[in-house]
Write a new protein. Structure first.
Length: 111
């Protein structure tokens, strides 16, 4: 299994507990892990937010894959949780920017 597919397993795992998913329409894809983060995305003006109670898990995962495939090269997927005192500690990189480039580099090394 390649590195990117292992990362998708992490996305699928985190999605099980997500409150919502959000997409900026370009390259930023987030899994909000609690209601406070969902409200934060609404406040930021994200227009594409899907709450977990609005869509089945499999459809949400398929939507995340679709968003990722349609995104520009700087795409990433992060999970974000509310952390009191230091909001930056709430971010977990699930698929970092350039992940598909790393996979291409690994494939070239194997040849």
């Amino acid at each position: 299994m390649d590195t990117l597919e292992r990362m998708w397993e992490d996305v699928a795992y985190e999605l099980q507990a997500a409150n919502s998913i959000a997409f900026d329409g370009c390259h930023k894809i987030y899994l909000q892990m609690d209601a406070e983060q969902t409200a934060q995305m609404v406040e930021y003006g994200y227009e594409t937010i899907i709450r977990a109670d609005e869509m089945e898990y499999d459809a949400m995962l398929a939507t995340l894959r679709e968003w990722y495939e349609e995104s520009c090269g700087l795409r990433f997927i992060q999970a974000v949780r509310t952390v009191e005192g230091n909001p930056n500690e709430g971010f977990t990189s699930l698929i970092p920017q350039g992940a598909e480039w790393e996979d291409e580099d690994e494939d070239e090394e194997e040849d």
